[in-house]
Design a protein around this ligand. Structure first.
Ligand SMILES: [Zn+2]
Length: 420
């Protein structure tokens, strides 16, 4: 029966189905000392060291391994028809500070295992298969995320390379320390037509799979993210001697705008909206706040919801602070539209999930992924496995070994459909 086809072959010292999980746990041992959780941030020595293990695992799975100028690790299994564009599988192995063991590594190890299973069956794929561990997907001190996949998409600019972290180091210098070659960054770009598709397995980082009692989801779209900085300027006054009706309180205007942002996120169920950052001046208990700066962020898989929210936020910022005698300015920090997953690849993933005995959900992803960058080069699709309690970016992040195995089987079945 087809369901059994993509289990791993028995390996000495490893139970069937346990190999991909064992690789994950080996990687998880490589963490930054003195940091909470399972921290392995992008430019840390431990991250550099951990990629020797990824390199070794790729090599022992029979892949030719190289590091590109952006620091991406790329393992290649040559196909029988080298003129066909390659199938790319990938994710990342860096974590946020205090993060967990599954966000990212789960996708890299499942990709590696999928290609290993194909190879073990002696089948040489028609298409070349690439497993990519993209450098630094999580946000870093330089203020950007998806460094490696951004370079692969040709979106890592010389302006990005000149960004500096708190210690004054440039991103170019940090990349060089990771074995990259910033002077040749343009060569990290994947020319159009060289990739047929990009597949990424990832943990859901939410509770929808768990609540539905399902083991897999096929992602429909990755939410677009809009961020706006709102600067509010009132007047600093004595908190005792200034009557309540004579104040221009920037803090209260910020509070009211923040509640308005919450209302925007609650309408229609098509998006979420957050104010996660607020700075106050002078931020003193006995002074009416003179200035407040907040960042409003909202996400949706629906471009029209994002556009409508832009207009409503603008209206909110024009009207609400003015009623309090507070001046307001809005500046867009970023406006990235949603990434739609390929219909064709989605149907391959749906069929592959069913082939391994799962009835998958179809979900939008509310978190960003390397797949967003890869969508500039080729069609993309994603597979989610459950996250216990929806917890992510924390030490409690967990996916059961059996769930990782089911995801790996489905990914392998999809690779077989697309590349053999
Ligand atoms: Zn991730």
């Amino acid at each position: 029966m087809a369901v059994r086809n993509w289990y791993p072959l028995p390996v000495a010292g490893s139970e069937a189905g346990g190999r991909v999980f064992a690789d994950l746990m080996r990687l998880a041992e490589m963490v930054e000392p003195g940091q909470p959780g399972w921290t392995r941030r992008v430019f840390s020595p431990e991250y550099l060291k951990s990629r020797e293990l990824v390199w070794e695992l790729m090599g022992s799975a029979g892949l030719e391994v190289r590091r590109d100028p952006a620091g991406n690790l790329i393992g290649t299994l040559q196909g029988a028809s080298p003129d066909q564009p390659a199938l790319i599988l990938g994710s990342h192995t860096d974590t946020v500070a205090g993060g967990g063991r599954f966000d990212g590594p789960c996708g890299v190890m499942a990709a590696l295992e999928a290609v290993r299973r194909i190879g073990e069956r002696g089948g040489r794929p028609q298409r070349t298969l690439l497993v990519v561990d993209f450098l630094g997907e999580e946000p870093n001190d330089f203020g950007i995320s998806c460094v490696g996949s951004r370079a692969a998409a040709g979106h890592l600019s010389s302006g990005h390379l000149r960004l500096r972290d708190g210690s004054g180091r440039t991103l170019a210098e940090a990349l060089a320390q990771m074995g990259g070659d910033p002077d040749r960054i343009a060569e990290a770009r994947w020319p159009q037509g060289t990739a047929s598709a990009y597949l990424e397995l990832h943990v859901e980082q939410g509770t929808r799979l768990e609540e539905a009692g399902r083991g897999l989801a096929v992602v429909t779209a990755i939410a677009g993210i809009h961020r706006a900085e709102i600067r509010l300027e009132g007047r600093a006054d004595h908190s005792g001697t200034t009557p309540m009706d004579r104040r221009s309180d920037a803090l209260l205007a910020a509070a009211e705008v923040s509640l308005g942002v919450e209302r925007l996120g609650r309408r229609g169920g098509l998006g979420v909206a957050t104010v996660g950052r607020l700075e106050l001046e002078p931020n003193s208990p006995n002074v009416v706040a003179e200035r407040a700066t907040l960042i409003a962020e909202y996400r949706s898989g629906d471009p029209s919801w994002l556009a409508a929210t832009d207009a409503l936020l603008q209206e909110e910022v024009t009207q609400v602070p003015a009623r309090r005698g507070v001046r307001a300015q809005l500046a867009w920090l970023s406006r990235e539209g949603p990434t739609l997953c390929s219909e064709e690849l989605r149907s391959v993933l749906l069929a592959s999930a069913r082939e391994v005995g799962e009835e998958p959900l179809e979900l939008a992803s509310w978190a960003g992924h390397d797949a967003v960058q890869m969508a500039a080069i080729c069609p993309v699709a994603m597979l989610f496995v459950p996250s216990r309690g929806g917890r992510s970016h924390c030490p409690e992040e967990w996916t059961d070994p059996e769930q990782v195995e089911v995801g790996t089987m489905a990914l392998t079945a999809a690779v077989a459909r697309l590349a053999l």
